[in-house]
Design a protein around this ligand. Structure first.
Ligand SMILES: Cc1cc2nc3c(=O)[nH]c(=O)nc-3n(C[C@H](O)[C@H](O)[C@H](O)COP(=O)(O)OP(=O)(O)OC[C@H]3O[C@@H](n4cnc5c(N)ncnc54)[C@H](O)[C@@H]3O)c2cc1C
Length: 486
C-alpha cells in the first residue's frame, strides 16, 4: 500500500488529503484563501493534534500546510544592548530547535529551557506548551516576545499579548517569532538510581530547587526512582555533585554506571546536556506513544499513590517520568498559575510512555485521567488524552477565566468561520458567543458562569423535567375528575 502523503512521527495520524508546502508569504496566502479548512503541521512529533480536521471524509477544500520547507530559518540574532549578555532572536516557525540552538550557541546565547528532543519546530514547541524541566523555568511559550500569524482571511498580524502565545494554531498560522535568549551556560548531569519512592517523594520539592533541571523516572513495580539531576557548572561543588547538598544522603544512592547514551553522566553546554536526544541522535523507537498530565507538585505524592491503585499499575504504566515547571499566565496553558492554590507551588508534569497498541492505550490513558481527576489534572496539548470538550471547556473555556474569555473572542475574530478548528474545539469556542451576549446584556460575567457544559445534557434534563411536570398535571386533572364524579 502506498504511504500516505503525510503522517506524524509516531505514525498514528495518517493524512490522505492534499499537502501544500508553501515557500513564500504570497504562496501561503494563496493556500489559506483558497482553502475552507486548514491543518498546519511542524515536524509532526505530536501524538495528538487537538484542532486537526478528522482524517476521514476529507473534502477538496481541506489542506495540510507544512511550513518546514519554506519557513525554516533563523532570521536574526540580536545581542542585548544592556550589557547583560542576553539577547533576542527572530526565527521562522518551521525552524528546528536544533538549528536554532546551534545558531544561538555560536553567538554565546542560549534558550532558558529545552525539551528532550531537538528535531521539533519552534512553532510546534511554543503552540503546544512543550517544556523542559526546572524549578525556575516555565513552558517554552513564555520565551516568546512576539509572534506573526496569518489569520483565516490571509492577513498577517502580530500577537504581542503574552497570554496568547500558546494557541495550538487556533489564532492562525504562525510565520515567525521573536524569542528572548539568555547568556550561554554549561551543565553537569548526574544520574542516581535505586532511590526509594516513598522516601523520595516528600523531598522532591527540595531536590528540584537545588538543581537547574531534573527528571525522575518512577518504577512502580520496584517502588524506586531514578533521578537525572543537572547542575549549572558554576553552582556545583564536588560534594554537592554526589549528594545534592546532603538531601539525598539519607536514602540509598548509587551513581549510575549505565552505558545507555541517554543516561550518562555528562558535562557540556546547555544544548548538549538538556535534550535527551541531541542533534543528530536518533529518537526512541516509534512503537512508543506518550501522554502527559499536569498537577501541582505539592500533590504529587497522593497522585502517585492514586496511580499505584490502578489495577496492574506496574504493567500498564511502565514508563513514568516526573518533571517540574513553574506556573505561567498563558490562557490555554495547563500550567497557568490559576491552577495553583499557592503561587509558590510548582507543577509536576507526569509523563507516561506506552507501547503503541492504540486500543489499550486509550483505556490506560482514560484510567490515568480518572486516577488524577481529584487534582484537576490537565493534559499536554501535543500528547494523547481522552478528555471531552466539556472537560476542556472547564479547564480553558471562555468561562474558565477572563483571560480565556479574551482568548476565545480573539479566536473568533481571527477565524470567524472555523478554518483552523474542528468539532472538539468548536464545542469550546461556540460558548464565546453566549458569553459575549451575556456580557452585553449584564455588563460583566457572573461569579459562577451558569452555562457550563455538564455531564448530564441540559436538553435531556429540560425534556425530563417537562415530561415529569406534564405527568403530574395529568394525575391532578384525573384526580379532580374522579372527585367530581363521586
Ligand atoms: C520523542 C519525543 C519526545 C518529546 N519530548 C517532549 C518534551 O521533552 N517536552 C514536551 O513538552 N513535549 C515533548 N514531546 C512532544 C512535542 O514536543 C510536541 O508534540 C511538539 O508540539 C512537537 O512539535 P512539532 O514541530 O513536531 O509540531 P507538530 O507536532 O507538527 O504540531 C504541533 C501543533 O502545533 C500546530 N502547528 C505547528 N506548526 C504550526 C504553525 N506554523 N502555525 C500554526 N499551527 C502550527 C499543529 O497543528 C499542532 O497542533 C515529545 C515528542 C516526542 C515524539
Amino acid at each position: 500500500m502506498a504511504a500516505p502523503p503525510w503522517s506524524n512521527w509516531a505514525q498514528t495520524v495518517q493524512w490522505t488529503g492534499a499537502v501544500q508546502k508553501p515557500t513564500t508569504l504570497e504562496e501561503l496566502e494563496r493556500c489559506v484563501k483558497g482553502a475552507s479548512r486548514v491543518f498546519v503541521v511542524g515536524s509532526g512529533h505530536s501524538f495528538h493534534f487537538p484542532a486537526a480536521p478528522p482524517t476521514e471524509g476529507l473534502t477538496s477544500g481541506t489542506i495540510l500546510l507544512d511550513l518546514t520547507h519554506g519557513f525554516n530559518k533563523v532570521l536574526s540574532v540580536q545581542p542585548s544592548t544592556e550589557g547583560d549578555r542576553s539577547g533576542t532572536c527572530v526565527v521562522e516557525a518551521g525552524c528546528s530547535l536544533g538549528q536554532l540552538a546551534t545558531t544561538l550557541q555560536k553567538q554565546n546565547l542560549a534558550l532558558e529551557s529545552m525539551p528532550s528532543l531537538m528535531s521539533i519546530t519552534i512553532a510546534g514547541a511554543v503552540l503546544t506548551g512543550t517544556h523542559g524541566s526546572g524549578a525556575s523555568i516555565s513552558v517554552m511559550a513564555t520565551l516568546v516576545n512576539e509572534m506573526d500569524v496569518m489569520t483565516a482571511s490571509g492577513e498577517v498580524v502580530t500577537i504581542r499579548d503574552p497570554r496568547f502565545f500558546l494557541h495550538v494554531g487556533l489564532l492562525g498560522i504562525v510565520i515567525r517569532l521573536t524569542l528572548r535568549c539568555v547568556p550561554s551556560y554549561s551543565l553537569h548531569q548526574r544520574v542516581y538510581e535505586h532511590i526509594q519512592l516513598q522516601k523520595f517523594l516528600p523531598m522532591a520539592r527540595e531536590v528540584v530547587e537545588h538543581v537547574e533541571s531534573s527528571s525522575f523516572w518512577i518504577d512502580l513495580g520496584r517502588a524506586e526512582v531514578m533521578a537525572w539531576l543537572r547542575f549549572r557548572i558554576e553552582d556545583m561543588t564536588p560534594t554537592e555533585e554526589l549528594d545534592v547538598g546532603g538531601m539525598l544522603r539519607a536514602i540509598p544512592v548509587r551513581v549510575s554506571e549505565t552505558n545507555d547514551p541517554v543516561q550518562t553522566q555528562m558535562t557540556g553546554p546547555w544544548l548538549d546536556v538538556l535534550p535527551f536526544f541531541g542533534i543528530g541522535q536518533s529518537l526512541p523507537n516509534r512503537e512508543t506513544v506518550q501522554a502527559e498530565f499536569f498537577i501541582p507538585l505539592s500533590e504529587v505524592q497522593q497522585a502517585i499513590e492514586a496511580l499505584q491503585a490502578i489495577p496492574d499499575a506496574a504493567r500498564h504504566l511502565p514508563h513514568i517520568e516526573v518533571r517540574v515547571v513553574k506556573g505561567d499566565h498563558l490562557a490555554l496553558s495547563p500550567c497557568n498559575f490559576r491552577f495553583l492554590t499557592d503561587e509558590k507551588d510548582l507543577f509536576a508534569c507526569l509523563h507516561f510512555g506506552f507501547p503503541k497498541n492504540m486500543q489499550t492505550v486509550a483505556m490506560t490513558v482514560n484510567a490515568i485521567e480518572r486516577a488524577l481527576k481529584p487534582w484537576g489534572s490537565r493534559p499536554h496539548w501535543g500528547k494523547l488524552f481522552t478528555v471531552s470538550g466539556c472537560t476542556l471547556e472547564r479547564f480553558c473555556g471562555p468561562a474558565a477565566h477572563r483571560d480565556c474569555a479574551a482568548f476565545w473572542a480573539l479566536v473568533l475574530h481571527h477565524d470567524p468561520r472555523g478554518k483552523f478548528r474542528n468539532a472538539l474545539i468548536d464545542q469550546v469556542a461556540r460558548k464565546v458567543v453566549a458569553v459575549q451576549e451575556f456580557k452585553q446584556l449584564h455588563g460583566a460575567l457572573p461569579g459562577r458562569w451558569p452555562f457550563h457544559c455538564r455531564s448530564i445534557d441540559s436538553t435531556a434534563l429540560a425534556t425530563g423535567t417537562l415530561v415529569l411536570a406534564s405527568m403530574a398535571a395529568m394525575v391532578l386533572v384525573f384526580r379532580r375528575k374522579m372527585l367530581a364524579s363521586r
